[in-house]
Write a protein that binds this ligand. Structure first.
Ligand SMILES: Cc1ncc(C[n+]2csc(CCOP(=O)(O)OP(=O)(O)O)c2C)c(N)n1
Ligand SMILES: CC(=O)[C@@H](O)[C@H](O)COP(=O)(O)O
Ligand SMILES: [Mg+2]
Length: 632
């Protein structure tokens, strides 16, 4: 076994091509075995085994900067940089992160999780290098999916302007999470498969190599001739027009080709793009056969490829997808918009049922938002399905294009709250703070899957502007679904448990935590009322005024940033009406990033538990001062 002797990239140096190939198959086996237990981003990593090996073999990390886009495909990099022994803790609480993490290794020079940032980071590092007069290499690894992100084009535009020496590795496996989409994808497909181009390129190369090396005027003419022929033939011309030398396409699993092309790339004085064609899921047939499913996979049985999954009620995502189909059957204005997450957002059946009414725009949240605004202006009913964390990308478009124009866009915000193994880059914990202060926007969160259905009905029936429903990355409660789909009155909260000792105002899955706290306090003779604050905006003003008149101790409980969340909204409501001194305590996520683990562990870390809430209520005295909490 070669792999057990690899404690860092230095141990790769001097290996023969054969040994590198042997190592590649050992790394693949290691990934398949380890991830069968932990789960994770298997398919993407199986696709970059040879590529990552060659980069670490030829170049000198961490002096040379390896910048991974998204970073979900960095497991091989982690294996080769001394972290093999940490894979049993992959994406687990206090374990190894599933993305690149600077505090994990000196070889991890750039963090991500969100897509399309690598080229901006790489040009930044190249410019810093030149400011400092240093000479290290900067190597970005970006996938064909990430290349559909607008930031990537902004960076390419600038890279071509600065002409700094750097290597952009385009890892082209024709897949985003789902099959990739867009004109860039088609363009890359042309390059990959254009037999004419490949053949002509070889003949051209052969012919040009025959031209005897000449000096003087003739050399210049020959060079010009070569360039004009190249422009004629090279279909990597788009990148050449951007000012990058295009090399490739090359088979990303052929060690020989990879070694040659990166040696060539290293000799290019300015920016160079190496087009590497790989197979997502390479080397494990279930993943090769369905790399969409195996992009992010739960623990599985290696032999059968069968996922070992606890069966439970459908995820909120599934309930959303189902109710959207029901609604779309009756309303042809409904179209779904997704920024490259049709599977994760529960839209695959919708797409099959309504061909053409599911619009996948690629990894382009800003574009998705503004396009939705235009769809609404033209009388459609766009449902912009987006993860909370990725909606952060489109904040200005939400404000400037959708809410300011007061357009009938529906935001289906999935992954609201903690998300578990993806950790801090993916938690959906800021959308309440960054949305609730924007005028014209209605924001809802259901207590269970039945209420999610009602909220989608409410949203489709609502024609007074933008409306958002946010729901978590968990299973529903298994409650019965109403036979009739009835909308909710906008701004209406509901009391889900009566009580006169104190009040917990909660949203979403925190209502279960509130019930746990109330059950604990019942043993101490306290009858705690629980209010489902299902409209984060507008607040239920009647309910709030009546709660103020009672003056009972109140906890506002939310699985979101405490700063600027629902609790803040309630305090602002009272303050703006001159109602002071109410005993209100906010229990939410403190002002810090919470790392990967299970949702249960993440909630425990910040005290979103029945025990903690019960203790808070027991300790609150009448007229206690409001303190932003989360620390405990
Ligand atoms: C801004 C943003 N939107 C969406 C995602 C979700 N996402 C993670 S990886 C991925 C696909 C990336 O495709 P590609 O870059 O080709 O990498 P591959 O997995 O194919 O190697 C997407 C859409 C994200 N991480 N960031
Ligand atoms: C790397 C990335 O951003 C996606 O693969 C993300 O991990 C998907 O999240 P879900 O597993 O919640 O769909
Ligand atoms: Mg890809």
């Amino acid at each position: 076994m070669l792999l057990e002797h690899i404690n860092g990239p230095q141990d790769l140096k001097g290996l023969s091509k054969k040994e590198l190939e042997q190592l590649a198959s050992e790394v693949r086996q290691f990934l398949i075995e380890k991830l069968s237990v932990t789960g994770g981003h298997l398919a993407s990593n199986l696709g970059v085994v040879e590529l990552t090996l060659v980069l670490h073999y030829l170049f000198d990390s961490p002096n040379d900067k390896f910048v991974f886009d998204v970073g979900h495909q960095s497991y091989v990099h982690k294996i080769l940089t001394g972290r093999m022994d940490r894979f049993d803790s992959l994406r687990q609480y206090k374990g190894m992160c599933g993305f690149v993490k600077r505090d994990e290794s000196v070889h991890d020079v750039w963090e991500a999780g969100h897509s399309s940032t690598s080229l901006s980071a790489a040009i930044g590092m190249a410019m810093a290098r030149d400011f400092k007069g240093e000479d290290n290499r900067v190597i970005a690894v970006i996938g064909d999916g990430a290349l559909t992100g607008g930031m990537a084009f902004e960076a390419l535009n600038h890279i071509g302007h600065e002409k700094k020496k750097m290597i952009v590795v385009l890892n082209d496996n024709e897949m985003s999470i789902a099959p990739n989409v867009g004109a860039m994808h088609q363009y890359l497909g042309k390059i990959r498969s254009d037999r004419h181009y490949q053949k002509a390129k070889e003949e051209l190369q052969h012919f040009l190599n025959k031209i005897p090396a000449v000096g003087g005027k003739l050399a210049k003419t020959a060079e010009k001739f070569k360039d004009s022929l190249k422009y004629l033939l090279v279909t990597g011309i788009l990148f050449e027009q951007f000012g990058l030398t295009y090399l490739g396409p090359v088979d990303g699993h052929d060690m020989e080709q990879l070694l040659d092309i990166f040696r060539q790339a290293d000799s290019v004085p300015g920016p160079v793009l190496v087009h590497v064609v790989t197979v997502k899921g390479k080397g494990y047939s279930p993943a090769e056969a369905d790399s969409h499913k195996w992009h992010g996979i739960s623990p599985y049985k290696i032999e059968s490829g069968q996922v070992v999954k606890a069966v439970g009620s459908p995820m909120y995502t599934q309930v959303f997808g189902d109710v959207l189909i029901e609604l779309a059957e009756k309303d042809e204005r409904i179209v779904a918009v997704t920024p490259a997450m049709p599977g994760g957002s529960g839209l695959m059946e919708f797409a099959a049922r309504f061909p053409g009414r599911m619009i996948d725009v690629g990894i382009a949240e800003q574009h998705a938002a503004t396009m939705s605004a235009a769809l609404a202006i033209e009388g459609m009913k766009p449902v912009f399905a987006v993860y909370s964390t990725f909606l952060q990308r489109a904040y200005d478009q939400v404000v400037h294009d959708i809410c300011r124009q007061n357009l009938n866009v529906i935001f289906a915000i999935d992954r609201a709250g903690f998300v578990g193994p993806d950790g801090e880059t993916h938690h959906g914990v800021y959308d309440i703070p960054f949305l609730r202060h924007v005028p014209n926007l209605v924001i809802m969160m259901p207590k269970d899957e039945n209420e999610l259905r009602r909220m989608m009905k409410t949203a489709v029936d609502y024609n007074d502007g933008p409306i958002a429903v946010r729901y978590p990355r968990i299973n529903g409660l298994g409650v019965p679904l109403d036979a009739e789909l009835l909308p909710l009155p906008i701004g209406s909260w509901e009391t889900v448990r009566e009580g006169d000792s104190a009040v917990i105002v909660a949203i979403g899955p925190m209502l279960q935590v509130a019930e746990d706290a109330a059950d604990l306090l019942k043993r101490d003779g306290m009858n705690v009322r629980i209010v489902n604050a299902r409209f984060i905006k507008p607040l239920d003003e009647q309910m709030l005024l009546s709660l103020a008149s009672e003056g009972k101790n109140m906890i506002v409980l939310e699985e979101g940033a405490a700063l600027g969340g629902l609790g803040s909204a309630i305090l602002e409501f009272y303050s703006l009406r001159g109602i002071y001194g109410l005993p209100i305590r906010i229990v939410g996520i403190p002002d810090q990033f919470i790392e990967h683990g299970s949702i249960k562990e993440q909630r425990a870390e910040v005290g979103l538990t029945g025990e903690r809430v019960a203790a808070e209520l027991k300790n609150m005295h009448p007229r206690s001062k409001m303190r932003v909490t989360g620390q405990h």
